[in-house]
Write a protein that binds this ligand. Sequence first.
Ligand SMILES: NC(=O)c1ccc[n+]([C@@H]2O[C@H](COP(=O)([O-])OP(=O)(O)OC[C@H]3O[C@@H](n4cnc5c(N)ncnc54)[C@H](O)[C@@H]3O)[C@@H](O)[C@H]2O)c1
Length: 280
Amino acid sequence: MAYNLLKGKKGIIFGALNDMSIAWKVAERAHEEGAEFVLTNTPVALRLGTLNELAEKCSAQIIPSDATNLDDLEKLISGAMEILGGKIDFILHSIGMSPNVRKGLPYDRLNYDYYQKTLDISALSFHKVLLVCRKLDAISDWGSVVALSYVAAQRTLYGYNDMADAKSLLESIARSFGYIYGRDKKIRVNTISQSPTMTTAGSGVKGIDRLLDFSDRMSPLGNATALECADYCITLFSDLTRKVTMQNLFHDGGFSSMGMSLRAMTQYDKSFRDCMGDGD
Ligand SMILES: NC(=O)c1ccc[n+]([C@@H]2O[C@H](COP(=O)([O-])OP(=O)(O)OC[C@H]3O[C@@H](n4cnc5c(N)ncnc54)[C@H](O)[C@@H]3O)[C@@H](O)[C@H]2O)c1
């Protein structure tokens, strides 16, 4: 259902690769809610993915850019203002990639060049987007910037590897820049910590199917889907959340507040009995 929450608002959406991407769902929902926006991704992603299809569906233009490259970002942000005819009201940063995860290098045997790439792509790019926007005075007062994070920023989850460090940094950047941008321009900066979700980036995480199952069973409301994440993003882009800033907002069905559930306790008892040889 659409509520016209973003009527008249202009945005930039980073990170839609294909129709599984969280950013794809955000773009579809933002379009339904009346927003106009520019879509962006790297030239390689544009070749490998299906962003043109989304652009057509949402009547949006695409500007290619590598979010780690300041020149690309300047071209993107000034180009978006030109296309949309004014300042930007909302930005989605939906970008993540770890060459260490891709190459299967475990945390105690990381390649440091890859590690720096992970941090640059998945966290510093958020700082760079905010920095270039500020330099170009590109975001309207009370604008809203959201990046997507994961609970591995706070807790160790097997297999998430150096992406956990990137997410911690990402969340810290949201607080540090949120202070400066809030103080000077009333611009909101937040991260949403989303449930594990089956996307191209998600499927790179070791044991993602078991992680998805575990967190689904452990969360009282079950895992949040990509579409539900998109709904939450829309509320943060809307005028209904004008005083929310510098927050990491968990969108995970309650997972991050759980320790032990009745279901897990029952399963634990059962496996423990089996292990001790007195199970049935
Ligand atoms: N899928 C999950 O389980 C999950 C859970 C929590 C948070 N997240 C986060 O959500 C965000 C979106 O990921 P997704 O799951 O939709 O996967 P996805 O693979 O669809 O999206 C990741 C995007 O990052 C883009 N990207 C990579 N390098 C880039 C660069 N240098 N410049 C610009 N874009 C670049 C990719 O092209 C891709 O579009 C990521 O930040 C991810 O960490 C995902």
